[in-house]
Design a protein around this ligand. Structure first.
Ligand code: BTN
Length: 255
């Protein structure tokens, strides 16, 4: 198990001015960036998190030295529609991870679950904080890299790691630096062109496409067939010739 090294990460970053903090242990990289000084684009990486946050108020299992826990703070204009942001970010994560296993396709389960072999390989949690003229998006990315099943790993949904898929250990430096190199490109594109610029790419990796699905939104449940997303990244569901669009919710395939 190799620990993350700040100097090695810097060497792999394309932009020498990439601003990031690396912690051995922290409560949550998202939480740290929410209160971090400054307003610049900044990354936070940790070897472990004591209170890693997942979607829907869940905890994100964050043991030391095995996985990636990385957050990025990005300022958007107040007027920006951010509904497709998590989809665009998940495509950037896919671009960084897919080259590790070119023959095993990664899919994205709307809105932002990174799926491989029908199990969760990673997830994204975006939290927003308002500043005077901007909205700061705190984009948190968790990727299961070298974690293997064991009695200390209690995760309440089917999951998989890069090591489990490829049967080899991965150097997290390359993946972390890959994210720090690619995310600015992705976020710049999203800021200037919106989600519509990512539509084509999304269609190629959409896990739910044409599947019978169930969407849970709060206490409400909706059923139908997933028909892709619209140019704002909203999930389209068809039920008895009626189309419904979802900005948020938890989707699952109905078997
Ligand atoms: C999900 O539930 O799918 C979202 C998981 C997001 C986890 C990441 S790990 C880095 C960042 N810091 C957190 O506390 N959560 C996100």
């Amino acid at each position: 198990m190799t620990s993350l090294d700040k100097q090695q990460l810097l060497t792999l970053c394309h932009r020498p001015d990439t601003l990031f903090e690396l912690f051995d242990e922290i409560d949550s990289t998202n939480r740290w960036l929410q209160t971090a000084p400054g307003t610049d684009i900044q990354f936070c990486i940790a070897e472990s998190q004591s209170q890693g946050k997942g979607q829907q108020g869940r905890q994100w299992h964050s043991p030391p030295g095995q996985n990636i826990y990385l957050s990025c703070r990005w300022p958007f204009p107040k007027s920006q529609d951010l509904s497709g942001l998590s989809l665009a970010v998940s495509l950037a994560v896919l671009d960084v991870v897919q080259p590790c296993m070119p023959l095993t396709p990664i899919r994205i389960k709307w809105p932002n679950d990174i799926f491989c072999m029908d199990k969760k390989l990673g997830g994204i949690l975006i939290e927003l904080t308002a500043a005077p003229d901007t909205i700061h998006a705190i984009i948190g990315i968790g990727i299961n890299v070298n974690m293997l099943p064991g009695k200390n790993v209690q995760i309440d949904q089917p999951w998989i790691s890069l090591q489990e898929i490829t049967k080899r250990e991965w150097d997290r430096h390359i993946l972390c630096a890959g994210l720090m190199n690619l995310l600015p490109e992705c976020l710049n594109c999203f800021e200037h062109q919106g989600f519509s610029a990512f539509m084509k790419k999304w269609q190629a990796v959409d896990y739910l496409s044409d599947k019978a699905v169930k969407i849970q939104r709060g206490r409400e449940l909706f059923y139908g067939t997933a028909e892709g997303v619209d140019p704002l990244g909203r999930l389209i569901i068809k039920n008895n010739n009626t189309l419904m669009k979802f900005v948020s919710g938890e989707a699952s395939i109905v078997k």
